[in-house]
Design a protein around this ligand. Sequence first.
Ligand SMILES: Cc1ncc(C[n+]2csc(CCOP(=O)(O)OP(=O)(O)O)c2C)c(N)n1
Ligand SMILES: [Mg+2]
Length: 322
Amino acid sequence: MLQLSREQLAQAYSQMCTIREFEDRVHNEFATGTIPGFVHLYAGEEASGVGVCMHLDDRDYIASTHRGHGHCIAKGCDVKAMMKEIYGRRDGLCGGKGGSMHIADLSKGMMGANGIVGGGPPLICGAALSAKTLKTGGVAIAFVGDGGSNQGTTLESYNLAKVWDLPAVFVVEDNGYAETTASGWSVGGSQLKRAEAFGMPGKQVDGHDFFAVSEVAKEAIDRARDGGGPSLLHVKLNRYYGHFEGDAMTYRAEGEVEKIRAKKDCLQAFRKRVLETGLMEAEQLDEIETQAKTLIDEAVSESEAAAPPTRDDLLTDVYVAY
Ligand SMILES: Cc1ncc(C[n+]2csc(CCOP(=O)(O)OP(=O)(O)O)c2C)c(N)n1
Ligand SMILES: [Mg+2]
């Protein structure tokens, strides 16, 4: 089993708790009508983003999806600036003009959440090609949903990554639904066989188990970094909230989410595992949870008090100068 230091464990738990607090709070605040735009929440899927991104640093790039808050936090984006972005505030991470689906921070290697399903995989082929060409030692990771895994852009990216032998990892976060369509109705064949067809190694992993995700992610990322080429991870997990905030989830069985929350929750599983193995103490875990709550409380109150963009901001950041 992968050996993780106490610092790594504490950092991972802190990020998973921060994501959960962030998403639970956005869920509650959105219902009050104070948050503009459209949000898709990552609660329930935390072990995937964190288990993967814990093996990355600032040389490495990730491309996210429309469900991007967790990936941003896991890649080190400023949490308060993210909340301000979602509130549409001027000192949000993207000047308050992007909102939930377009949070990006290139200084952290976060290429952006993306409103285009299947938009991330081609982007990381570019990032991985640049890392390979410039010999930075960096790798690039695309997160993509089960729905996004069917997009032509994703399959073309598998092909490009293979023929260019890129330091890339495709992480298919399979939460069983694309909007309201269960993956049994939309995904043909198997994710791993798709990888095999493109000549890439692939592994399936239980996305509720942080330790399992971290282990297969490290293997795939190390392989990419060491010149071993691209690979794919098929991460099986569940989302707790609707496809978007406001979704009544009439397509899910009664009690489906409650059952998953009670039996498979990744935060509870993490707690149990580190307590049973004596790797962390209950007080330390409690303290991390409290800190995450405080951070999100502050993020929300500072976002509420922050100013929106001005008229003069309207025409800035429209084009990028190269
Ligand atoms: C190219 C494109 N087609 C359709 C949509 C509408 N859309 C937004 S999210 C979504 C489902 C995505 O499902 P999945 O990839 O499984 O991600 P999940 O929402 O489950 O995280 C669709 C069809 C879109 N945003 N972009
Ligand atoms: Mg899905």
